[in-house]
Design a protein around this ligand. Structure first.
Ligand code: ATP
Ligand code: MG
Length: 365
């Protein structure tokens, strides 16, 4: 690819506006060092201020404006004192995910040095896996209804939707990710011993898609025991792929097992690259600590690493450079976690900016 990657920057609200400058600091530095040209453009939408001025979270032409970008680098949205959370969320982030068909949600799970995780006896390196959640269909459909409301016979029905298209594309993406990792292993979450129609179908498709990836070693685990093994034997996992509901739960449980839910990054990918993909910290805008400059910027910075890795894999781009930039950022985060400085949530006294600068310095900036 001989043009710069185009990145739309949306800091959002609260600590989103505080961690974003640190994310950008590290993003620009890592991209420059690894020869990945970027073109950044900031937008003041998707925030409470835009809502106050215009009565909506996004301008009318947001789709056309953003669709030509390669990625959206997002902070955090939500300021409940001004606009209710469901309005700000559905009016921005969830629109991006849906209209840009970001069907793969990725959450890396990694035990970081110097972070006290809840699992005893684990060393950094023991836990290093990736949860891949289907993000567009499955159990989160609005198909269904109520009958006999208010009576003793009240009945509520909600369907799950699994399409060949939707299932195959998430499985293929997960297998491809497994193929790129050193261990080349994949675990598919299922529950075909209890959910008698959709999950056996999911299992069938796992088997069919697995045949396209003979070099990936894979297995299937029922989601109940799989969840238990996140806690008991996290070393077993490399890439874990799951339907929307199971993936939702596993992608919170995973980072919780490493004590990093508050530092967790996420990617919402449109792997076909027809539309921009979105990279954001898992945490919200944290109104309780906003304005103090004490938020931990690691989730925002780690999200930049995911973005460079994904961008590098575009056809004609430099996948090795993207991967190297990713690895360098993660290594710099780990170094600063070992040596400090640290923000208050990790028991330190450093500011958001001090941690961002330290990570940039560790990167050699
Ligand atoms: P959601 O955004 O999912 O609706 P929420 O707004 O309750 O949930 P957050 O904004 O993530 O969740 O905040 C949850 C708690 O974690 C708050 O006490 C907040 O201060 C803390 N927290 C979140 N992100 C950070 C961060 N980057 N650094 C330090 N503390 C954080
Ligand atoms: Mg919130």
């Amino acid at each position: 690819m001989n043009r710069p990657f185009r990145i739309a920057v949306l800091p959002g609200d609260g600590i989103g506006t505080e961690v974003m400058p640190e994310g950008l600091r590290v993003l620009k530095l890592a991209a420059a060092r690894h020869g990945l040209p970027l073109e950044l453009q900031a937008f003041d939408w998707a925030c409470a201020d835009h809502w106050l001025r215009h009565g909506r979270m996004l301008p009318e032409d947001w789709f056309e404006t953003l669709r030509g970008f390669d990625a959206i680098y997002f902070g955090a949205v939500g300021w409940p004192a001004v606009v209710p959370d469901h309005v700000s969320l559905w009016g921005s982030l969830l629109k991006f995910r849906r209209d840009f068909d970001q069907y793969a949600n990725l959450r890396p799970v990694r035990l970081l040095p110097g972070v006290r995780g809840p699992l005893a006896g684990k060393q950094p390196g023991d836990i290093d896996f990736l949860v891949v959640r289907e993000n567009t269909e499955g159990e989160y459909s609005s198909v269904g209804g109520r009958m006999f409301e208010g009576s003793e016979r009240e009945l509520v029905l909600q369907e799950a939707v699994f399409t060949r298209h939707g299932v195959d594309r998430i499985l293929r993406h997960a297998f491809r990710l497994a193929q790129q990792r050193p261990r080349k292993r994949l675990t598919a979450a299922t529950k075909s011993n209890g959910i008698a129609i959709s999950m056996p179908y999911w299992d069938e498709r796992v088997e069919a898609i697995a045949a396209e990836f003979p070099d990936v070693q894979w297995d299937r685990q029922h989601v109940d025991i799989l969840a238990a093994r996140f806690v008991l034997q996290p070393e077993r996992f490399d890439v874990v792929v799951a339907s929307n509901l199971f993936g939702d739960i596993l992608s919170d449980l995973g980072p919780a097992c490493t004590g990093t839910l508050g530092m967790a990054p996420s990617a919402n990918l449109n792997p076909d690259r027809r539309y921009p993909s979105l990279f954001e910290p898992v945490h919200g805008s944290a109104p309780d600590i906003a304005g103090q400059g004490i938020a931990n910027p690691i989730a925002q910075i780690w999200s930049a690493a995911l973005m460079l890795d994904f961008l590098g894999q575009a056809p004609g781009a430099d996948a090795a450079a993207g991967r190297a930039a990713h690895d360098a950022i993660v290594a710099a985060i780990e170094q600063v976690l070992r040596t400090g400085p640290r923000t208050r949530d990790l028991g330190g006294h450093a500011s958001t900016r001090e941690v961002g600068e330290a990570i940039a310095a560790a990167l050699g900036g």
